[in-house]
Design a protein around this ligand. Structure first.
Ligand code: PSU
Ligand code: MN
Length: 307
């Protein structure tokens, strides 16, 4: 399966051969979550931050009928600028591979690919979750975390979601939610949602130990939530107005399905005069940095579950 539908970038191939720490990165945030041309710049910065911490970045996307793990620079550029890029969640994989389209991977598709490639750490901004007022619009990011042995570093779920319901979902499916230096779940743009995490953690060594035992016990996904850097963070209440307006507009315009998340993020960026984009960038970089440190601490740990 791996040989037939996957292709590894040369840097990732080499890292895999030498058992070096690797951090998987998604491409939906580049193609649909951030405005151009900042999106490409952030894509480079994310890879750079991972390298600076002594790990190897593996940005994932679909090209020419393959899941590419470790896009090369020229390939990554296409994800930031090509009009034909489509958003790929897990259900889209077979269609987009068959049609050989350019597919940007969501957290769900990235986690799925990382698990198959033997990469136990994924970094992102905010995961998808349960949408507000639409309890049946649940991002595939959640069920994928429930089935794949991967640790995801994020700033919680995106603030446009029903965070309480998302939090409950994670509990129901046995996904540990750790807080990096915090007892409360971050709310993406904001330091805290007020909801508790399962445990506060203050060192990457402890995170690696927890992940190792989780996997040894047969556990699957695990979330490490990192508050956005305080100098960029926006108070929770301050964004509520922009989020509510964006939600109403989505409803008025009949925005549905996969378009909901990018639509809301773009509207909030407009409403906040780009402030939300600056937080988004800061937290993406911070999460990638911590993910790289965790990946280093996890070298030698087999997510397959063998103790
Ligand atoms: N985090 C961001 N920006 C994004 C996303 C996450 O900072 O654009 C993307 C991720 O790829 C996530 C997806 O998997 O949004 C969730 O989309 P949906 O709700 O349609 O599953
Ligand atoms: Mn959805």
């Amino acid at each position: 399966m791996i040989d037939r539908y996957f292709r590894f970038g040369p840097h990732v191939e080499e890292a895999r051969a030498h058992h070096r720490p690797i951090v998987a990165l998604e491409t939906v945030v580049i193609a649909f979550g951030l405005p151009r041309p900042l999106n490409l710049q952030i894509a480079w910065e994310l890879e750079e931050v991972v390298r600076a911490e002594g790990a190897v970045p593996a940005t994932i996307g679909l090209l020419d009928g393959r899941v590419v793990v470790g896009l090369r620079p020229a390939e990554l550029e296409r994800f930031a600028g090509d009009e034909r890029v489509v958003k790929v969640s897990r259900r889209d994989l077979p269609v987009v591979l068959t049609r050989r389209e350019i597919g940007a991977t969501t957290v769900a598709a990235t986690v799925w690919a990382a698990a198959r490639a033997g990469i136990p750490v994924v970094a992102t901004g905010g995961i998808g979750g349960v949408h507000r007022g639409a309890p049946f619009d649940v991002s595939n990011d959640l069920p994928t975390l429930a089935t794949e042995r991967v640790l995801v570093v994020c700033s919680g779920a995106k603030a446009i979601l029903d965070l309480r319901a998302t939090r409950e979902w994670l509990e129901t499916y046995g996904i540990p939610v750790l807080g990096w230096g915090t007892h409360t779940l971050p709310a993406f743009y904001s330091v805290s949602s007020g909801l508790p995490v399962d445990a506060r953690v203050d060192s990457v060594e402890e995170i690696a130990a927890i992940a190792q035992i989780h996997w040894a016990l047969g556990g699957k996904g695990i979330l490490v939530t990192v508050p956005p850097p305080a100098s960029f963070a926006v108070p929770f209440e301050q964004l509520e107005g922009a989020i509510r307006e964006a939600l109403q507009e989505a409803e008025r315009q009949g925005v549905k399905g996969w378009e909901v998340t990018p639509f809301l993020l773009a509207r909030i960026a407009e409403r906040t005069g780009g402030e939300s984009v600056q937080v988004n960038r800061a937290l993406l970089l911070e999460n990638a940095r911590i993910a790289a440190r965790i990946a280093r601490a996890l070298v030698g740990v087999d997510p397959g579950g063998t103790p």
